[in-house]
Design a protein around this ligand. Structure first.
Ligand SMILES: Cc1cc2nc3c(=O)[nH]c(=O)nc-3n(C[C@H](O)[C@H](O)[C@H](O)COP(=O)(O)O)c2cc1C
Ligand code: SF4
Ligand code: SF4
Length: 293
């Protein structure tokens, strides 16, 4: 957290409406005799809400520029509920891509959309690694298949399975056994020159963060949610690749191939590209278990 941040108020512009004071959840901004001042309880958690609500543009937050605070569309011009429903329904895990590279500016826009997500303590501690070199992507797939092959070896025979239970605990061992048919299928597909891991997508984006703070990891997931929605709005397809995320956490060589520093946790991985498939309708969802008090 940036504890020493204090917004500056332009007293020439300020009309003392009090909106910035009211919005400041940390109670750092208080109304003084000459207008708002940053002398309250604090600390500032750099949320930028005081700038975002000031009708006179009189608040300046250190370490930010005015251009970072974008004017919002009038609610009547903004996406209506129906468009949002459609966007949410339109997003699919795309597993067929056109053989076409994504321009860097498009990828940057999608990542910027990711950074508009909420993050714990507004830390924005996410990192994004964009991998598009076909050689590297092939190396990543090859490494994952090698990991899968050794996993399948460990699952061979009763004795191995029993040892696995002792070594990993029965919950993890059961999970691995449940995954066995899928892992076998992925290895088989690889041997048949099919890519059922990265789905022949032109780009893989890895979201990672320093350490293993669960709140930071959770924040990365929200960023990925935004990225998937923005990609969908731009006519692109995405697919999360849990295999990459999971395997990278356990295999330092794969982490190196993903260009993720050793002391970072791999929070999410998603492939992205131009879809080679058009969905005509949304997919089914089960009724969620919901309880109200
Ligand atoms: C954490 C997580 C990991 C996933 N890992 C993979 C994966 O490794 N490969 C894949 O093809 N899809 C993966 N998916 C996509 C899911 O299979 C997909 O979201 C689900 O089947 C629903 O389909 P939809 O995304 O088209 O609605 C993953 C999804 C999540 C949330
Ligand atoms: S940035 Fe947020 S916490 Fe900091 S002074 Fe403004 S409203 Fe308060
Ligand atoms: S929101 Fe702007 S105009 Fe209103 S009190 Fe704060 S600085 Fe002054």
């Amino acid at each position: 957290m940036r504890r020493d941040i204090r917004p500056r108020i332009d007293s020439g512009l300020c009309t003392r409406c009090g909106a910035c004071v009211e919005i400041c959840a940390s109670e750092l901004l208080v109304m003084g005799e000459d207008g708002p001042e940053a002398t309250g309880r604090g600390p500032c958690f750099f949320c930028g809400h005081c700038v975002a609500v000031c009708p006179e543009n009189a608040v300046q937050l250190p370490d930010t520029t005015p251009s970072q605070f974008k004017d919002l569309l009038h609610p009547e011009q903004a996406a209506g509920v129906d468009s949002v429903w459609d966007l949410l329904r339109r997003r699919r895990s795309v597993r067929r891509y056109r053989d076409e590279a994504l321009p860097e500016d498009i990828i940057r826009r999608i990542i910027t959309a990711g950074t508009l997500a909420p993050s714990a303590l507004n830390e924005q501690a996410w990192h994004f690694t964009v991998l598009s070199d076909p050689e590297r992507l092939l190396r990543i797939r090859r490494r994952i298949v090698a990991i899968f092959r050794s996993l399948l070896k460990m699952l061979e025979g009763r004795v191995n399975r029993m040892m696995l239970r002792v070594m990993l605990g029965s919950e993890t061992a059961d999970m691995l056994m449940e995954m066995q048919p899928m892992v076998e299928r992925l290895v088989e597909a690889y041997d048949e020159q099919q890519d059922c891991i990265l789905w022949d997508a032109p780009t893989l984006i890895v979201v990672h963060s320093a350490g293993d703070d669960t709140a930071v990891i959770e924040s990365s997931h929200y960023a990925v949610g935004n990225m998937m929605m923005m990609a969908t709005a731009m006519g692109l397809g995405t697919c999360l690749v849990g295999f990459v995320t999971e395997a990278a956490e356990r295999d330092s060589r794969l982490k190196e191939y993903l260009k993720v520093p050793p002391d970072h946790s791999v929070d999410a991985s998603l492939v992205i590209g131009y879809p080679a498939v058009e969905f005509l309708r949304s997919t089914h969802r089960m009724d969620p278990p919901v309880e109200f008090d």
